[in-house]
Design a protein around this ligand. Structure first.
Ligand code: NAP
Ligand code: MG
Length: 397
């Protein structure tokens, strides 16, 4: 390796798995160069969360990070870890600093069939992670009156429209988005599509929301035509805009194998639907891509708390490490690509092949056993699963 990988360690069961992955699958094969940041809750508390900010800055500097799942503190965690503060979600902090978009892709295998039988390839959801209903304000109205939408510009210019003359009690909601955020979202989506060599779909409801959703549609179109059209043509992939309801119907009838960019709310709902239909949260990878082309790879699931407490009691656990392993393989492959180290890129591929070999032979963690159609399935614990992958990986060198 030339440039270090930004390594963000995390919490609970995934922290245990993290170490196993490094010991068994990475360090014996790769001369690993990483800059280590411990984002475990203890360290975040010790540093007043500065460590999270430092790790995001390192990602901006070096360009590629791999992250373990981390606890987002709530009231119960405040007591459990005797925290000084209820720190924000590390993912939220990192996403805000990288100004990125999150792409979620299922890891698919032959013996686990998606619920939608014509899906043959993964579908990646790209969710815009700023604004709309997630940053809206609301009023509960309990008498007749007039509701207005008012904007007062810094220059003194004022725009005002009547939302509704209310004839009685009701509800109101005001929301917004920003040109800069939508533009970043568009850049991240087109860049990622080029990276994966997959077509990009984008859907909104601009027939009804002519200005709001129309704004999204226009920005995507402009960003595409000005920056990415030539590259898309060269790769033989397409940018396809359609209405959200048409998109839903087409996604259901499709074979998969494309990226579906969604507005914040659509992405929230559709990513849960798509991931569930593909099988398991433990088989879902996630990558944050900044508009400038920085990458942070991780698993889509959390720290698997329930398994961790079993582990602490000395009980056997069968937690699925696939998504975390794929975060490592993708991060190393990306590092190899950026630094022109073909061996490192090849290692990422071989590691994934070894995982697929293991699963295809029927060796699986418990969560997959109930999903697979493989009749010769063998349920194993986390450590044995990782060791089985290591054996298959070693044979490839
Ligand atoms: P979770 O850790 O994803 O676990 C939810 C359940 O899904 C588990 O109890 C387990 O079901 C199953 N599961 C998830 N990943 C699995 C795997 N790799 N192998 C096997 N089963 C798996 O979500 P959570 O319990 O809601 O959250 C736990 C902690 O994670 C929270 O503190 C939360 O803040 C944090 N979190 C972090 C991230 C992140 O860093 N990106 C994301 C989400 C949540 P069974 O118990 O039925 O086996
Ligand atoms: Mg959701």
């Amino acid at each position: 390796m030339k440039t270090p990988l930004v390594e963000m360690d995390g919490d609970e069961m995934t922290r245990i798995i993290w170490q196993m992955i490094k010991d068994e699958l990475i360090c014996p094969f790769v001369d690993l160069k990483s800059e280590y940041y411990d984002l475990g809750l203890v360290k975040r508390d010790e540093t007043g969360d500065q460590i999270t900010i430092d790790s995001a800055n390192a990602t901006l500097k070096y360009g590629v990070a791999v992250k373990c799942a981390t606890i987002t503190p709530n009231a119960q965690r405040m007591t459990e870890y005797k925290l000084k503060e209820m720190y924000k979600s590390p993912n939220g902090t990192i996403r805000a600093m990288l100004d990125g978009t999150v792409f979620r892709t299922p890891i698919t295998i032959d013996s686990i069939k998606p619920v939608v039988k014509n899906w043959q390839k993964p579908i990646t959801i790209a969710r815009h992670a700023y604004g709309d209903v997630y940053k809206s304000v609301e009023i509960l109205v309990d008498e007749p009156g007039v509701a207005k939408l008012v904007f007062e510009g810094q220059s003194g210019k004022k725009s005002e429209v009547v939302i509704q003359k209310m004839n009685g009690a009701g509800i109101l909601q005001g929301m917004h988005n920003l040109e800069s955020s939508i533009t970043s979202f568009a850049h991240s989506c087109f860049k990622y599509a080029i990276d994966c060599k997959e077509s990009l779909w984008f859907s909104t409801k601009d027939t009804i929301s002519k200005k709001y959703d129309g704004f999204f549609k226009q920005i995507f179109e402009n960003v595409f035509n000005e920056n990415y059209k030539a590259k898309f043509d060269e790769l033989g992939i397409e940018y396809f805009y359609t209405l959200i309801d048409d998109a839903v119907a087409r996604v259901m009838r499709s074979e998969g194998g494309f990226i579906w960019a969604c507005k914040n709310y659509d992405g929230d709902v559709m990513s849960d639907m798509v991931s569930t239909a593909f099988g398991s949260l433990a088989m879902m990878t996630s990558v944050l891509v900044s508009p400038n082309g920085q990458y942070e790879f991780e698993a889509a699931h959390g720290t698997v708390t329930r398994h961790y407490y079993k582990y602490l009691k000395g009980e056997e656990t069968s937690t699925n490490p696939m998504a975390t392993i794929f975060a490592w393989s993708a991060a190393l492959r990306k590092r190899g690509e950026l630094d022109s180290i073909p061996e490192l890129m090849k290692f990422g591929d071989k590691l994934e092949e070894a995982c697929f070999d293991t699963l295809n032979e029927g060796i699986m963690t418990k969560d997959l056993v109930s999903l697979t159609t493989n009749p010769k399935v063998k349920s194993v614990n986390t450590k044995d699963f990782i060791v089985a992958i290591r054996e298959r990986l070693a044979k490839k060198f």
